[in-house]
Design a protein around this ligand. Structure first.
Ligand code: PLP
Length: 823
């Protein structure tokens, strides 16, 4: 209990400890009313309740306006929490086993600074939508003592990183207690010892997020510090963090007496959980093969980036050492360790996740393609096109990211149903009913609010640094371009500065002024990213760019919310295909802000020719540094010829584009759509697999089948292929001790030079077969062989294992046997 609350305000505490408030307007108004200054500063209801005086509470308890706002809020909160006909309950009433979501970072609210960027924000939005849809989902993460850093920019444009010391008691979370009221402590094997972690619970609507924290007295000093910083770059500490998350996370489920239905590994960081699960099943008496299969068939893995630094790889012996206690007394340690080995002999968290999951996805269609190529080595003999990695495109939680002006408009012209059915495209046609002028005025109000924020932010910085200067004074009718993201070099924050002469003309036309606002943090170890920031800051201080280019400090969720709705154009110019998805552009689009983006990530799917612009052409070919000048040129051309003239001379077209943007993006790039896709394509199938495999006799039968395949696979071969004419083919296959029921024999037809790069035209299953001694003759008769022998065409026959319960056609540990048909 924080403090004694007046009786008619007794639910305030419950409200403070549930992040539902972070996407509820009335709740936010309520907190602001209690303490306007505190709210502006930290947006943390727990702190507000801790700091508010008894007199103030007493006063509020007698304030009719406040009481009616309070009652409305509590009623909405109750309705939300108690709703029974959620999407999940209506569609999948039979399932209540938990889906366990695991991630290194969560970006839920400014008040809980345990995120660094896109991955965290996506995870946060995932939880909020899971709650909205009623998914039986819980989440596991780590609590970082100093969170991610607060950024300041000094007089020279240098990034200063400040790591505040958070007091867990001030954060919107509570210590997790067991039934007896004791703090839950999880014991995690690490090095040759056992590290203890306490657990905090963050409530996100109906979803619980559990954060592990090793900073307790029972631990040796060096273990207390493991989670001081998010993404500690020291391999030793980083592995420790990931063991804590993965293995500790699974221990926590045990402590809670929860048997997970499905585990969702969001990025490779939590993949040690797979080792813990496999080991647990083995200790319960399952064989390695059975255990791996249960784990794999109930695991979802989402990979998030093509950038190599985003994939953790550790020295193999380091991981072995860190897991020494974990493996104590366990005989099959090599089998488990091998699951993480990559081509270089390193222990690769992404490979571990790939080999222990059967539901794998990239975060956009294009990124799935890129990932299939990146990880093709995990599946031998499989064309890149068929590598089992799907694309489930990211989305954003519209309740969080649509600003209050637009929200009001949508309520009015779409009806409040848009909130609960965000992904229904039809609802969004209602945007056409919004009068142009009304939409424009709402947009201007959002811009004004962001302009106020800019002023305040610059004023504070000037004050801190003793700079005596006017703050930028921007007219909200001017064109404002926003660029905010992590300062990773591939995002090319400096692209717009390639030709300062040209830029000067573009920004300084007195009739058509243009402002560019930058914000973003560079990773503490990313010197190149920091150089970018410094360069932009320096340019912003040149007389010709002063108060035209503005750099804001400390990009975070709070600023992002104002910024993605308070500019006119959202600029995105990464080097393709490095932006796996990107989500800030979705937030902008749903607020009527137009995207100007290279053709990468989500924009490949989002762009429709009317809802924004593509910088350069609509190619998806990978780019290198060499392409930077070309893209810069294209960006300038776009600004000069399209964006600026349209903004200043054709407002009607601009507003038409705003409407197009909202209509086309809001439903399709909402996490509502995304969560439904994860549920339908992955979660439910995982739950079905789980139910089947948890019956020991099924696991045993399936395991026995797979063992047989593994034992005999090396004797499977394609002995002979005979072409009768262009109409029929006969394939002689040796199966050793396997039978035709155990395999598929397929004819593969496509274009290309190699199996890997095959562009598949057709895959034909050859069923007809006869036995001749210990050989099987498969024969296929049809006209489909017409192109055989034509240049560019590729024909092959292949044999792969088959069992009706196999979740994917291809398995990492069983290479496809194939042979080219020569015609
Ligand atoms: C949305 C968001 C991101 C991710 O944006 P990208 O487009 O993926 O770069 C990062 N940080 C914050 C604070 C955000 O709100």
């Amino acid at each position: 209990m924080l403090k004694k609350l007046p009786e008619n305000l007794e639910h305030l505490e419950e409200l403070a400890y549930n992040l539902w408030w972070s996407w509820s307007r009335p709740a936010q108004r309520l907190w602001r009313k209690i303490d306007p200054e505190g709210w502006e500063e930290h947006r943390n209801p727990v702190k507000i309740l801790k700091e508010v005086s008894d007199e103030r509470l007493e006063e509020l308890s007698k304030d009719d306006d406040f009481i009616s706002l309070y009652e409305l809020t509590i009623e909405r909160f109750k309705d939300y929490m108690e709703k029974e006909d959620t999407w999940f309950n209506v569609n999948y009433p039979e399932w209540d086993e938990k889906i366990v979501y695991m991630c290194m970072e969560y970006g839920l609210t400014k008040a809980l600074p345990i995120y660094s960027g896109g991955l965290g924000i996506l995870a946060g939005d995932h939880l909020k939508s899971a709650s909205d849809l009623g998914l039986p989902l819980i989440a596991i993460g780590l609590l970082y003592k100093h969170g991610y850093f607060t950024q300041q920019i000094d007089r020279d444009g240098k990034q200063i990183e400040i790591f505040p010391d958070y007091n867990p008691e001030d954060l919107p979370m509570k210590p997790l207690k067991d039934e007896k009221g004791n703090q839950v402590i999880v014991e995690v094997p690490l090095d040759s010892t056992v590290v203890k972690a306490r657990v905090f619970e963050v409530k996100v609507g109906r979803v619980s997020l559990y954060l592990l924290d090793p900073d307790i007295e029972e631990n040796e000093e060096r273990y207390r510090k493991i989670c001081n910083y998010l993404y500690n770059p020291e391999p030793d500490v980083r592995v420790s963090q990931e063991i804590l998350l993965g293995i500790g996370g699974m221990k926590l489920l045990r402590a809670l007496n929860l048997k997970p239905g499905v585990i969702h590994l969001n990025e490779g960081h939590p993949a040690f959980s797979s080792l813990e699960r496999i080991k647990n099943y083995m200790e319960e008496g399952y064989s390695f093969t059975e255990a791996l299969e249960i784990v794999r068939q109930t695991s979802v893995f989402t990979t998030h980036t093509p950038v190599p630094a985003g994939h953790d790889r550790f020295p193999f012996d380091l991981v072995e050492k860190k897991l020494s206690k974990f493996f104590e007394g366990f005989e099959k340690r090599n089998l488990l360790m091998d699951l993480g080995k990559d081509e270089t002999g390193s222990f690769n968290m992404t490979y571990l996740a790939l080999r222990t999951s059967s539901f794998i996805n990239g975060v956009s269609k294009l990124h799935a393609e890129v990932s299939r190529r990146m990880f093709k080595n995990v599946w031998q003999g499989v064309p890149v096109e068929e590598i089992p990695i799907e694309g489930i495109t990211n989305g954003v939680h519209m309740g969080t990211w649509i600003n209050r002006e637009m929200r009001k408009l949508y309520d009015r012209y779409l009806g409040r149903v848009w909130r609960d059915h965000t992904d229904l495209e039809g609802i969004w046609y209602g945007v056409d009913r919004i009068p142009d002028e009304e939409l424009w005025q709402a947009h201007l109000r959002a811009k004004k609010r962001f302009i106020e924020y800019i002023k305040e932010s610059v004023r504070r910085r000037n004050e801190r640094l003793g700079i005596d200067e006017d703050v930028p004074n921007i007219d909200e009718n001017s064109l404002i371009i926003g660029f905010a993201r992590r300062f990773a070099t591939y995002k090319r924050a400096v692209l717009l500065l390639s030709d300062l002469e040209r830029l000067k003309k573009i920004l300084n036309d007195p009739e058509r002024p243009v402002y560019v606002v930058y914000a973003g943090k560079a990773h503490p170890r990313d010197d190149a990213g920091k150089e970018f920031l410094k360069r932009i800051y320096e340019v912003s201080q040149m007389p010709e760019f002063k108060n035209r280019i503005i750099v804001l400090e400390n990009y975070d969720i709070g600023m992002a919310r104002l910024m993605v709705s308070g500019v006119d154009v959202w600029l995105n110019n990464p080097r393709r295909p490095m932006e796996a998805s990107g989500t800030s552009g979705m937030k902008a689009a749903a607020n009527g802000v137009l995207n100007a983006s290279v053709y990468d990530g989500w924009w490949v799917e989002g762009y429709n020719g009317r809802n924004g612009w593509v910088i350069g052409d609509e190619s998806v070919l990978p780019e290198t540094e060499v392409d930077d000048p070309r893209d810069a040129e294209a960006l300038y051309d776009l600004l000069e010829n399209e964006i600026i003239p349209t903004y200043y001379e054709n407002k009607e077209k601009w507003i038409f584009m705003m409407k197009e943007s909202i209509k086309s993006v809001a439903p399709r790039f909402s996490t509502t759509r995304m969560l439904k896709e994860y549920t339908e394509k992955f979660y439910i199938k995982g739950l079905v697999n789980k139910e089947w495999l948890e019956r020991k006799e099924n696991a045993e039968r399936f395991g026995a089948w797979k063992e047989r395949i593994l034992r005999n696979w090396s004797s499977v071969s394609i002995e002979r292929i005979v072409l009768e004419d262009t109409r029929s083919v006969e394939v002689t296959v040796k199966l050793g001790d396997l039978s035709p029921d155990d395999v598929l024999v397929e004819l593969l037809i496509g274009r290309g030079e190699s199996m890997e790069d095959l562009e598949i035209w057709k895959v034909i299953q050859i069923r007809k077969h006869r036995r001749e001694g210990d050989l099987f003759i498969y024969s296929y008769v049809n006209g489909a062989l017409g192109h055989l022998g034509s240049p560019g065409w590729f024909y092959a026959v292949r044999v792969l294992p088959y069992h009706p319960k196999l979740p994917t056609r291809f398995l990492p540990e069983i290479p496809v046997v194939w042979k080219k048909v020569l015609g």
